[in-house]
Design a protein around this ligand. Structure first.
Ligand code: ADP
Length: 313
């Protein structure tokens, strides 16, 4: 079917294709790569990737052309699908963030009312309430205060993506210093000893890096064993990324909880054993994801834990 036909017979948008090939014909280029949609014999439109080359004789005269075409329609469609899926994901992520932020913000006000009126009830009617009623009010206040804390934590969590600063060269050593300063009271109370090796400069949101150090060191002290808490921070160059570690001599963690402890509000202990809401590690994880990094730990119960986090250089 091909033999004896003009090549143009097979192409739609003939002029356009011809224009694309001009650099080849006028000798400006030896080889050319173009993509164009063409209609197949069965009528279907397909995207073709053309590679064309002119053939010349010894004196440089053009004697012919060699072209090969590859059907890249599937690849193109897959790329478009991927782009659409990515855009969907971004949108739903943003919506989720907005939802968490709006919900936690709007829940604060009614909750403040519950807490303050229950407390008012306890004060104003102190003499008329029996012990049982007082106990119930205590529970109600306790519940409201706890919920307030959870909502605040949720708000913090939801703002990691929306309120973050751009990633800039950040001195990890001064970020650690800042975290230690923020934890001064806890460190002193527990007589904790924090040491560190030399730390690099990394591309990070400085205040979020402080937050990561702060959460990890606070945990290292909170989940201490009988000995004085000793926490050591160091960093290793792994080529594409820096891997930081925060090692403690605390109670340790069963490795079976490797995923669970990084989930929001998930903890391994009751509030009575150790205070907290279970947000600290979820915040660290989210921050590191924003930095294109990761977080994990190595530990054995009773033998201390080491938390690692990787940040791209
Ligand atoms: P919280 O400290 O409020 O419980 P986190 O998200 O910071 O919340 O930690 C989740 C859980 O992971 C903790 O409840 C604890 O069981 C465990 N964990 C975290 N850090 C340590 C650590 N350094 N040593 C032992 N257990 C830890």
């Amino acid at each position: 079917e091909v033999i004896g036909r003009e090549a143009s017979f097979y192409f739609e948008g003939e002029q356009e294709t011809y224009d694309l090939l001009q650099p080849l014909f006028n000798g400006n280029k030896d080889m050319i790569y173009v993509e164009s949609w063409q209609r197949r014999k069965d009528g279907q439109k397909r995207l073709l990737a053309w590679q064309c080359r002119v053939l010349k004789d010894e004196r440089g005269n053009v004697t012919g052309a060699l072209s090969s075409a590859r059907d890249i329609t599937e690849r193109q469609l897959a790329e478009e699908d991927l782009k659409r899926a990515l855009a969907d994901l971004e949108r739903s992520n943003k919506e989720l963030e907005q939802f968490a932020s709006v919900a936690s913000h709007d829940l604060q006000e009614p909750l403040r009312m519950v807490a303050s009126y229950t407390q008012l009830l306890a004060q104003r009617y102190e003499n008329r309430l029996d012990d049982k009623a007082k106990k119930y009010i205590d529970y109600a206040v306790d519940g409201a205060v706890r919920m307030q804390r959870l909502i605040n934590d949720l708000l913090t969590y939801s703002r990691i993506g929306t309120r973050g600063n751009p990633l800039e060269p950040t001195d990890a050593h001064s970020a650690l210093g800042e975290a230690i300063k923020n934890l001064a009271a806890t460190i002193e109370e527990n007589r904790a000893i924090i040491t560190n090796d030399e730390l690099p400069t990394v591309r990070a949101d400085a205040s979020q890096l402080v937050q990561v150090f702060q959460n990890l060191i606070a945990n290292a002290i909170k989940f201490r064993g009988k000995d004085i808490p000793r926490v050591h921070v160091s960093a290793q160059d792994h080529g594409r990324e820096w891997v930081f570690s925060v090692r403690d001599n605390g109670i340790g963690i069963d490795p079976q909880y490797a995923d669970r402890i990084f989930q929001i509000f998930q903890r391994l202990h009751t509030r009575q054993e150790y205070p907290g809401t279970g947000i600290g590690l979820a915040v660290c994880k989210r921050i590191l994801e924003r930095h294109g990094g990761r977080i994990w730990f190595e530990s054995e119960p009773g033998k201390g834990s080491t938390f690692f986090f990787a940040i791209l250089k």
